[in-house]
Design a protein around this ligand. Structure first.
Ligand code: GLV
Length: 331
C-alpha cells in the first residue's frame, strides 16, 4: 500500500509554480475564493491538517493551533509573519516558515515607485488627464520635489532597507538609516549613516519604512514623529500598516504637517473605500502590492511550498522562523 500523503490546507490560490509542488506531495485542501476564509471557515479548512500554507490575511492564533494539535507547520506566503502567533506556535511545536530573500529587490523597487509617484505627483497627473483638465503645458503645473541631492531616511535597515539604500545612489542622495541592530560595515559599504529615529525624522526629505511589525514597531510613527518631520517631507510605508498611526497621518496630511505619503500598506487593511486617505491629493494608496511581480510571486509560492513540504518530510526547510522547534524535535 502506498504511504498516505499528508493533508494540507492552502488558504488561497497561490501561483501554480508552488501549488503543483504541494498538490503532488499532499492531499491538498485549497480555499478557492477571492476573499480570505473567515475565522470559522479557516477553522473548518484546517481541521485534521498536518500542514498549512497561509497568507498574511490569515490570523493564526494560539486558539487556532490548539484546535489542531496534529499540525506540524504553518508556511506563510510572505516575508512578514505578524499574522502568526509565533510564540504560541513554538510552544506547541509548530514550525513557522516565511519567504524572505526572493522578494527583497522587488519590494525595494516598489518602495521607489511609491516614493517617486508621491514626489513627482504622478497619480495627480493621471487624475488630471483623466478628468479632461489637460489644456496646455503649465509652467507651475503639478510641481513636485527633487530626489537628486535630497536626504533619504530609511527606517528598518534589514534586507529590504539596504536594497532601497543601494537604489538611492543613482539619485546622489544622502542616506540615513535607523535600526535597533546596527552593522557599521554594511552601512559604510552603502554610504549610509545611522541616526537615532528622531534625528532621522528631522533631517530626511523622504522617510521610507521597512521594519517588521512587532510590539515595538506598532505605531512607531505617530503624531509626535510626524511633527518632527519636515513640512515638505514624504512618508513611504511598504512595511506593515500598523507601523503608522493612520488617524495621525490623515491629520498630518490634511493640515500640512508633512507634504505627502505613499502607502502600500494601511491600518486597517484594506482601507475602507470611503476613507479620507483615499481622497487626499497628497496621499498615494495602493493595495499591498510591493512584491507583486510575476517572477517574485512564483518564487514566493515555490519557497512557501518547499518550506511546507520539508517540514512534513522531517527535513530542514529553507526558511524557518522558529528553528528551535525542529532542533527540539530532532533531539
Ligand atoms: C508582504 O507584505 C510580505 O510580507 O511578504
Amino acid at each position: 500500500m502506498a504511504p498516505t500523503k499528508p493533508t494540507v490546507a492552502v488558504t488561497r490560490k497561490i501561483p501554480e509554480a508552488g501549488l503543483v509542488m504541494v498538490r503532488e506531495a499532499t492531499e491538498t485542501r485549497l480555499w478557492e475564493e477571492e476573499l480570505p476564509p473567515s475565522p470559522e471557515q479557516l477553522a473548518a479548512l484546517l481541521r485534521g491538517c498536518d500542514g498549512a500554507l497561509t497568507l498574511l490575511t490569515d490570523d493564526i492564533t494560539g486558539d487556532v493551533l490548539d484546535r489542531e494539535p496534529q499540525l506540524k507547520v504553518v508556511s506563510n506566503f510572505a516575508v512578514g509573519y505578524d499574522n502568526v502567533d509565533v510564540p504560541a506556535a513554538t510552544a506547541r511545536g509548530v514550525a513557522v516558515c516565511n519567504t524572505p530573500d526572493v522578494l527583497t529587490e522587488t519590494t525595494a523597487d516598489f518602495a521607489w515607485a511609491l516614493l517617486m509617484a508621491a514626489a513627482r505627483r504622478v497619480v495627480e497627473g493621471v487624475d488630471y488627464v483623466r478628468a479632461g483638465k489637460w489644456k496646455t503645458w503649465g509652467p507651475t503645473l503639478l510641481l513636485g520635489r527633487d530626489l537628486t541631492g535630497a536626504t533619504l531616511g530609511i527606517v528598518g535597515f534589514g534586507r529590504i532597507g539596504r536594497e532601497v539604500a543601494k537604489r538611492a545612489r543613482g539619485f546622489d542622495m544622502r542616506v540615513l538609516a535607523y535600526d535597533t541592530y546596527q552593522d557599521p560595515e554594511v552601512a559604510r559599504s552603502l554610504g549610509v549613516t545611522y541616526r537615532p529615529l528622531d534625528e532621522l525624522l528631522r533631517e530626511a526629505d523622504f522617510v521610507t519604512l521597512h521594519v517588521a511589525l512587532t510590539p515595538e514597531t506598532q505605531q512607531l510613527i505617530g503624531a509626535r514623529e510626524l511633527k518632527l518631520m519636515k513640512r515638505e517631507a514624504i512618508l513611504v510605508n511598504a512595511a506593515r500598516g500598523p507601523v503608522v498611526d493612520t488617524d495621525a497621518l490623515t491629520d498630518a496630511l490634511r493640515d500640512g504637517t508633512i507634504g505627502g505619503a505613499a502607502l502600500d500598506v494601511t491600518d486597517p487593511e484594506p482601507l475602507p473605500a470611503d476613507h479620507p486617505l483615499v481622497f487626499l491629493p497628497n496621499a498615494v494608496v495602493v493595495p499591498h502590492m510591493a512584491s507583486a511581480t510575476v517572477a517574485t510571486r512564483d518564487r514566493m509560492a515555490e519557497t512557501a511550498a518547499r518550506n511546507l513540504l520539508a517540514v512534513l518530510r522531517g527535513e530542514q526547510p529553507p526558511h524557518i522562523v522558529n528553528p528551535e522547534v525542529l532542533e527540539r524535535a530532532n533531539g
